[in-house]
Ligand binder design. Structure first.
Ligand code: ZN
Length: 289
């Protein structure tokens, strides 16, 4: 049952979502949970980013120094803190630690920060008190999960031009599961349609390009990533996602040409980060309304 106060909140208007779910009116300390978890999640994402491009397992195996192969103690695995205390060097052999870990842990912190910021902007635009910005904790947590997933996918694509199914497919299913849990079976219909439309659209483009140019223009990973986007935002925002990602892709290609001073029709740019960025913006726009 909605109260007058609850109705004034920043209610997520995900497609098909019934306005029958809220946790509380004001921002609660629970909002801080993703911020506390972010460095630890970032640490795990760093392991994925290091190991997946090398086809190494990330399911098991203790973390170790890649120089002297000494297993790391719990103290040496505290995100951000241990890197700063050890001044970026291994305590055993003195070898420098790849700053990638620190960068990913800090980037992971930006995900909940962006999710809160978009809600504050939504409150400002709709004239709603800032206290109501994160009254939808489950959706806020889900936004963070999506953001962390897109972050690791983008990073891996930048390194090796791959969008691994081991991350894309579970994240796609998580989007559908989120809609079942938060919106019920009525909401999941729109997400499934979005997922199918995203897959069909990019699979058709990839097929057409391959027939015309006799080479791959759009990878299978990009097809699944747009399907993932549909699973998280529904079908209506997909044209905006495609348009925005295309603009970002053209800007990336133009920057690459400008930086290298060379133009080629076979120029390869990682499209995953552009598409991931567009999906992230579409999702935050929906949940901040
Ligand atoms: Zn070492």
């Amino acid at each position: 049952m909605w109260t007058a106060q609850a109705q004034s909140c920043c209610i997520p208007r995900l497609p098909g979502r019934e306005q029958s779910f809220t946790v509380g009116r004001a921002m609660t300390p629970f909002v801080l949970i993703p911020f506390f978890l972010a460095p630890f999640i970032g640490s795990f994402l760093g392991v994925l980013i290091r190991r997946i491009p090398r086809d190494e397992t990330f399911v098991s195996g203790r973390s170790y120094c890649e120089s002297c192969h000494t297993h790391l103690s719990a103290f040496e695995m505290v995100p951000i803190f241990s890197y700063l205390v050890q001044k970026g060097r291994c305590r055993h052999c003195g070898a420098s630690i790849d700053p990638l870990h620190l960068k990913v842990e800090l980037a992971a912190l930006l995900i909940p920060a962006c999710a809160v910021l978009s809600r504050l902007i939504g409150c400002q635009l709709h004239g709603v008190p800032y206290d109501d910005a994160v009254s939808d904790l489950p959706v806020f947590f889900a936004d963070c999960v999506l953001g962390w997933g897109l972050l690791v996918l983008s990073w891996i694509d930048l390194i090796c031009l791959r969008l691994p199914d081991t991350i894309t497919l579970p994240l796609l299913l998580t989007g559908l599961l989120e809609s079942v849990v938060l919106e019920g079976w009525d909401g999941v219909y729109d997400r499934v349609m979005g997922c199918a439309a995203g897959w069909i659209l990019f699979a058709s483009v990839a097929w057409g390009y391959r027939r015309l140019r006799k080479r791959t223009g759009l990878g299978g990973g990009d097809v699944k990533l747009l399907a993932l986007g549909g699973a998280w935002v529904g079908i209506a925002p997909l044209p905006s996602v495609v348009l925005l990602s295309s603009v970002l892709g053209i800007m990336t290609a133009a920057t690459t040409i400008f930086r290298t001073g060379r133009f080629s029709m076979t120029l390869v740019v990682p499209f995953g980060p552009c598409l991931a960025g567009a999906i992230w913006i579409a999702r935050l726009t929906l949940t901040a309304e």
